[in-house]
Design a protein around this ligand. Sequence first.
Ligand code: PEP
Length: 268
Amino acid sequence: MADRIPLIAGNWKMHLDHLQAIAVVQKLAWTLQDARHSYKADGAEVAVFPPFTDLRSVQTLIAGDRLELRFGAQDLSEHDAGAYTGEVSGAFLKALECRYVLVGHSERRQYHGESDAVCAAKVAAALRHGLVPVLCVGETAEDLEAHGAAAVPVAQLRAVLETLSAGSSGAAPELVVAYEPVWAIGSGQAATSEQAQAVCAALRIAIREMLGDEAADATRILYGGSVKSGNIAGFLREADIDGALVGGASLDPVEFAAIARFQKHVGV
Ligand code: PEP
């Protein structure tokens, strides 16, 4: 898996208020503690993506107790500041010490009409503020039927990479890509590890073509869609899958820790 640091990311969606967030992060940290030596040895990352209103509490807890957890936001504005009621600037997320931010989750694309152009603008905003965007791509069941699995996610990725490669000079920016087949999200019906690997390999080829070898080898590509402790191992064995974006199962700290623990078996 080259030198890519595995990432297990938990997207809480619109669940858990700031008090519940504290309890879940504490329990997650305690549950992971037994395996902490392995985490350090592997350098694997575990990150949570709570709602905006939880971020300050999560930051205070993680920083105060020096927990080995990362955190990020579920969305950001494409704008930096101004008259954009309800929006949250990447600058504010950076000030809260967020490392990551999700961009283009299928629920944002579906319910908030986020186009590839909006996703590209949000990725640019994240990079402007020193955040690592986790760009979500994936096909619907209809896309799968009409075009096969890879066509839509690769097109969604290319639409964003085009805007990054245009005019950029020097090293490619750090980006994480999450392949999430929409039909697998919250359905209990995950893709097979072979299906997911095939699409993740196609995504890496697109990165290689558009940003070069260094970016292709460095970029982490996650699989997301009904990941659980019972199926994570198969995904992590695949060459182009560098971790997971976990929705429902990340709300249970014991189950999420069990998913994250599989990191230590990678490559063994
Ligand atoms: C998600 O929301 O990104 C997701 C993958 O959800 P779930 O794990 O519940 O399918």
